[in-house]
Structure formats: C-alpha cells, structure tokens
Design a protein around this ligand. Structure first.
Ligand code: RUB
Length: 314
C-alpha cells in the first residue's frame, strides 16, 4: 500500500522530480492518489505517508506546506476524511497552477522591452515571468547560469530555446563578468523566511551580492506557499547538503586532507532583495511576516497545531 508513496519519495530524493513547486504539487498529487486507495485506519496511514514524503528533501518549505495543507482534512468517518483530503489536495494543486500564472502576469510588468535578464538554476516561477513578458511581445534576452553541480541551467536554456527566447549560458563564476550587461535578475525560491530572507539554489546569494554592487534590481518569484510558517516560531531552515560525489570525481574524493562539501542551497539576506513577486502582489521582503500570518493563516494561537504536525512530520 505504501509502495506508491515510497516510489514518489525516491523520485524526489533522486531529483527526478525537482524544483520547489513541482515537489509540492507532486506531494499533493501523491497524497491524493494514496487517499483514494488507502484501506484501514485512515489517519494513521495518511500520517505515515506524509512522513515518508516529508523526509525526502529538507529545504523547500513548499513540501511541508503542501503536506500540511492536505493533512488539514477533517470528517467524522474515514470516508468523510478521505473525501476531504482529496478535495484539499485538489485545491492545493490548483493553487500551484493559478499562482504561477498570476506571478507571470504581475512580474512581467517589471520587465521592459529590450531587457537582459539574468536567472539562476531552473525556477518555474521565474520562467513564468520571463515567458509572459516575451509572449507580450517584449524583446528580451536571458543570461542563464549553468548551476553546478546538477546543471539545472541546462533545463532553463532548453525551455527558453523552445519558447524562442534568446539565451546565453554562462558558468556560475562568470556572473560578475556579465552583470554590467544585465537589467534585472529574477530567481525562484525554495523558502522565504519570516524576516524576508531567501533560500534558493546554491550561488543565489553571490548573484544577489554582485547585483547589489552593480545596482541591478534583484527580484524573486515565489508563490505564497514558499513562505515558511516554521520560521515565525523561531525554527531555522535546514540547508540540504548532498553527496560530495555530485561535485568531484573519485580520485579527488579519495585524496588525503581534502574535504569536498556540497550544500544545495544558500541564504540571501533581505537587504539584497528588491521585490518578491507573489500571486497576491509584488511585495517587499519585509512583508514576509504578513504573508505568513494573513495569507497562510498561521497565528500564534495555531502554533500548537503547527508544532504537532511538525512533530509528526520531522
Ligand atoms: C531548485 C531551485 C529553484 C527553486 C524554485 O533546486 O533552487 O530555484 O526550487 O523553483 P533543485 P520553482 O533543483 O535542487 O530542486 O520556481 O520551480 O518552484
């Protein structure tokens, strides 16, 4: 019965399914499929399924928010709970799709004709902004970093090439070299903390630093389910550190006195961020607290509930 969930978890761990919003949507879809089929004690089995999914990748809060959203089901009987869990999963899936479209529309207003835009990694939200601006007839160009060690930049250039958008691929270390040619930077988000900091693909903070120094606006495209309620209650975001074999070959890894580190994400402080483009508007990073309280609906009174789910899921 748990095979379905375990298979899905494997796909997230090996990055067959990757990117914060795809992971979140996939988790909601998996919980929906599981809820449709599960037999026996509904609560207990759903909780186990949720735990398996949550223990895949630690950094993107979208996964936690997706799971927490579906697990907020209620009902008197198992059948009622099943129906409500399915309904909530479908609601979350719709949220992912409509938010992305809206972010594209809002963000495109910040892109002028003739702009050169730099992006990092492969963010569906950032690309939604870029594609929407292009579809509106704006002549734009993109500079995409390769995003070592997993080369998500290759996915970005393929996607943009298919859309007909001119794109230049650069190595991550060439960011400052090209920054003077750039009109704005747009990246995605894995998590936005309560103090407005951004957690995104490793290298994002170097790009933000370089953009600030060159006076280039740095924008983040992030659905509101990328905002972290846990950080409102003081928890720190766990930065995933992946296997060193992704970074260096065996002959390097086996050298004496050499350590190879492979953090997958880094933290960009809010002072480096001009704007966060969400589905509810383009907001300054200082608004993160309001998003978590007013939009996601987490207030202090609900902390116990959140802690409960966190305890189950961590
Ligand atoms: C992907 C990454 C993306 C964000 C946002 O990292 O850092 O910028 O997840 O993506 P990984 P989206 O490849 O390690 O998952 O906007 O599609 O949610």
């Amino acid at each position: 019965m748990f095979e379905l969930v375990e298979d899905a978890a494997k796909k997230i761990i090996n990055m067959e399914v990757r990117g914060a919003s795809r992971i979140a949507k996939f988790a909601a879809e998996t919980l929906k499929r599981f809820a449709e089929r599960v037999e026996g004690n509904f609560d207990e089995n759903m909780r186990r399924a949720a735990e398996i999914l949550l223990n895949t990748r630690p950094t993107a809060v979208s996964l936690f928010n997706a799971i927490n959203y579906v697990m907020g089901y209620s009902g008197k009987s198992d059948e009622e709970k099943r129906r409500d869990a399915i309904r909530r999963a479908e609601e979350f899936i719709r949220w992912v799709d409509t938010a992305k479209k809206r972010i594209g529309e809002i963000g495109a207003k910040r892109i002028k004709d003739g702009y050169v835009i730099m992006t990092h990694c492969n963010s569906s939200a950032a690309l939604s902004v870029i594609k929407t601006a292009f579809r509106q007839g704006k002549k734009i160009e993109v500079i995409a970093t390769e995003s070592r060690p997993r080369y998500q930049g290759h996915l970005t250039v393929k996607e943009l090439s298919e859309e007909g958008i001119p794109v230049t691929l650069i190595v991550d270390s060439a960011v400052r070299y090209f920054m003077n040619d750039v009109d704005c930077v747009i990246v995605g988000a894995d998590t936005i903390t309560v103090n407005g900091a951004l957690i995104n693909k490793i290298g994002t903070s170097q790009i933000a630093l370089s953009a600030k120094e060159a006076r280039v606006p740095f924008m983040v495209a992030a659905e509101t389910y990328k905002f972290s309620p846990k950080t409102l209650f003081g928890e720190l975001v766990v930065i995933e550190e992946r296997d060193p074999s992704e970074v260096a070959p065996k002959e390097i890894l086996s050298l004496k006195n050499v350590k190879v580190r492979n953090p997958a994400f880094d933290v960009t402080p809010r002072d480096y961020i001009d704007l966060i483009i969400t589905e509810i508007g383009a907001i300054p990073p200082e608004m993160a607290y309001i998003v978590i309280r007013e939009r996601l609906g987490y207030a202090e009174l609900e902390y116990e509930e959140l802690k409960l789910s966190a305890k189950h899921f961590d």
